[in-house]
Each structure stands twice: as structure tokens, then as C-alpha cells.
Design a protein around this ligand. Structure first.
Ligand SMILES: *Cc1c(COP(=O)(O)O)cnc(C)c1O
Length: 230
């Protein structure tokens, strides 16, 4: 089941990539495993999936330890500054940094671990009160602040668009995220301005996110099925 779903999603990604004349392999798949077992992650790994997304720190730590640290996790949930220590230890990327306070706290622990951490800055592109993220007009200032921290590498931007049952409703937000990332790139605000990451799109709208320039998509339900309740 999981392995078939991964094949299907990967094939869909490559079809969209090809149809919009982007380079083959230029969009990464993040399998969002929140609320699914470590066993489900193992099955996905056996099917060739390398990158996973987790939303809850305690849950991610348990899975990380169960899997012997042999899994690449991106953190995609809300992170409080007082949880920065463990988060900076187990994740290969934190996609949801949207405050100077959190970035400073992460940097403090990274200095102790003598580690560099890749992050994305989360943008609240739809100015949705129910979502976290920095507002687009404050993004430049936040990027400049975080760039002063020695052990954090800003790889790009991430967003969660306002919920809608019609995936086409997300398109304008994806477009605006791409424009914002281009503007920040022109001001050289990323760690590698020749390779800026843009994480956007989920199970129901990842095809549209890719058309609008996503470099990674975060897909849960289409791989693992309906999530078990909390
Ligand atoms: C849960 C989640 C996803 C995956 O959502 P699906 O609709 O199951 O694909 C992606 N991104 C974030 C931030 C999430 O919390």
C-alpha cells in the first residue's frame, strides 16, 4: 500500500515537473508521517523514501530513537523556543522558523553541539490568523536578523496555505511565495542564492505548488492514508 502510494506520488510529481518544463528530479518529496508509526516509516524507507516530515517533537524523538537515528526528518510543526535543544539535535532541517527568538534559541544549542542547521523561514502568505509564520512584508527583516546567527543556514522559505476544498484556490498563494523568494534571493538573503528551497503543497494541491515553483512538497495522506486521530 505505502510503497504503491509512494510510486504513484513520485510519478505524479515527475509528470507535472515535465509538463511545466522544469528539470527532472528538481522537486523533493517529503513524506509526512505525523501520527503514523515508526513501522510505517520503515515501510516507506524500504520503498526508497528518504525524507520524512514530523509535526510533534516528542513523537518525532520516539521514532528517531526507535529507528536508530537512521532517518532524515524535517520538522514541519510549531516549535516553541524552550524545545529548541532537542529539535536542533534530531532534525536535518527545521522548516518552520518564523521568529528571531526561536532562531536565537536554536543557535545557542547549535553552538554547544558544534553543529550547523539548515532551516526554512515559514511565511504566513495568506495572513491566516489560524496559521503561524512571518508576514510577507516582515520577511526581509527576519531573514537579515537570522543571517547574523553563526550556526543557522537559511535555505529558503516554507508556507502552509489557508485551507480550501478547491486546490486551485492555493495557486495565488504559491505564486506570491515564489515572487517573495525571488525578491529575497535578489537581495542575497539565503545561504545559497543559487539553490533556494521553496517548500509548499500538500496531498490535495502539490501539483499546483510544483507548477508555481515548489522545490519540495509535503505529502501525508496520499502516502500513508487517513491519519489516525490524536
Ligand atoms: C500534515 C501536514 C502536511 C501533509 O498534509 P496531507 O494533506 O496529509 O498531505 C503537510 N504540511 C504540514 C505542515 C502538515 O502539518
Amino acid at each position: 500500500m505505502i510503497s504503491q502510494n509512494i510510486d504513484t506520488v513520485k510519478r505524479n510529481i515527475e509528470t507535472v515537473v515535465k509538463n511545466c518544463n522544469r528539470q527532472a528530479g528538481s522537486v523533493k518529496l517529503i513524506a509526512v508521517s505525523k501520527r503514523f508509526s515508526a513501522d510505517a516509516i520503515l515501510k516507506a524507507q524500504q520503498a526508497g523514501q528518504e525524507l520524512f516530515g514530523e509535526n510533534y517533537l516528542q513523537e518525532a524523538i520516539k521514532k528517531y530513537e526507535f529507528l536508530g537515528g537512521k532517518v532524515k526528518f524535517h520538522f514541519i510543526g510549531h516549535l516553541q523556543s524552550n524545545k529548541a535543544k532537542n529539535a536542533s539535535r534530531i532534525f536535518s532541517m527545521i522548516e518552520t522558523v518564523s521568529s528571531r527568538k526561536l532562531a536565537k534559541s536554536l543557535n545557542k544549542h547549535l553552538l554547544e553541539f558544534e553543529k550547523q542547521l539548515d532551516i526554512l523561514v515559514q511565511v504566513n502568505i495568506g495572513k491566516d490568523e489560524k496559521k503561524s509564520g512571518v508576514y510577507p512584508e516582515h520577511t526581509e527583516e527576519l531573514l537579515r536578523d537570522i543571517n547574523n546567527l553563526s550556526n543557522i543556514r537559511i535555505r529558503g522559505l516554507m508556507t502552509i496555505t489557508p485551507y480550501s476544498s478547491n486546490p486551485e484556490d492555493s495557486r495565488v498563494y504559491f505564486k506570491n511565495m515564489f515572487l517573495l523568494s525571488e525578491e529575497m534571493k535578489s537581495k542575497q538573503l539565503f545561504y545559497d542564492n543559487n539553490k533556494v528551497e521553496l517548500s509548499m503543497g500538500m496531498s490535495n494541491d502539490y501539483h499546483i505548488a510544483i507548477e508555481e515553483g515548489a522545490t519540495s512538497v509535503r505529502v501525508g495522506t496520499a502516502i500513508f492514508g487517513e491519519r489516525p486521530p490524536k
